[in-house]
Design a binder for this molecule. Sequence first.
Ligand SMILES: Cc1cc2nc3c(=O)[nH]c(=O)nc-3n(C[C@H](O)[C@H](O)[C@H](O)COP(=O)(O)OP(=O)(O)OC[C@H]3O[C@@H](n4cnc5c(N)ncnc54)[C@H](O)[C@@H]3O)c2cc1C
Length: 285
Amino acid sequence: MIPGSFEYYAPRSLGDAIKFLAAHRDDVKILSGGQSLLPLMKMRLSKPAFVVDIGRIPGLDTIIEEDDNLIIGALVTHAQIESSELLQTKCPLLPQTATTIADVQVRNRGTIGGSIAHADPAGDWPAAIIALDAEIKVTGPNGERWVKCDDFFLGLLMSVLEPDEIVTAIKVPMTGKDKTAYMKAAPRSSGFAVVGVAVRIGLDGSGNCARAAIGITGVTDKAYRPERAEQMLAGKNLDTKTVEAAAVEATRNVEVIEDINGSAEYRKNLTEIYTARAIQEALNR
Ligand SMILES: Cc1cc2nc3c(=O)[nH]c(=O)nc-3n(C[C@H](O)[C@H](O)[C@H](O)COP(=O)(O)OP(=O)(O)OC[C@H]3O[C@@H](n4cnc5c(N)ncnc54)[C@H](O)[C@@H]3O)c2cc1C
């Protein structure tokens, strides 16, 4: 449980961090909250020669309003999101999701940027940001780029990030009157989602569903959007029959994983149930 030796660097600017990453790109890791990286290093599943601690770079730990969006710095912790009055008012899906992550210690250290960069297929943030159509700001030697969250995750612990790029912010919309909810089934031992479903539903003047967005985590090698289920909700009155029919579509064309937490069939069934519950929960709010 002791990591291999490595050189530690704590830059005071984004530019210095990127220069260091670019110089050591084949053997370097970024350290944010350390809640995923340090366990991997202690188990020697990750053995970087260099670790860049970005925790002292100013300007990455704020939540600000920008037009109709909120810009969340990569170093904002799960706990900061949970307690943010701004988010509770303008984008309540995020604080609600934060409450489901692990325990207080992990929420105090772990960051949204680290979580998203880590691309854990059972992480909670990927589901929430997909339901919000978020964009991820990535900064590297060639400057900044914004990546749509649908395009960001590639597979198990894999994303479009290059080794010398840093997630610096996440842009989410203010959700206004839209209804949102995150529901998760997780074993008490780890807290990680066996299935986690985030939904955002906009209703029209007559109470029908104008648009629906769903993000699902824990079910396959990356969080995903069940497009067919979303389409089955749009334009409809969301009665039980419609919601349940859409929920059945939530795993269509998805290679559902199986592991110690459950068989593929069990997970598929759980996904249907949690999709229906998340939609219902959002509508009840
Ligand atoms: C006991 C325990 C229970 C947990 N339960 C849950 C849970 O229920 N739900 C959940 O979602 N998560 C859970 N986690 C994970 C936790 O949320 C972590 O905080 C998160 O996965 C990683 O964030 P971090 O800031 O700690 O990143 P780190 O551990 O510092 O880094 C993680 C990875 O991302 C890279 N990285 C970090 N920051 C950046 C960045 N800004 N740009 C580019 N790359 C970066 C690192 O190099 C590393 O590869 C749990 C962790 C523990 C230890």
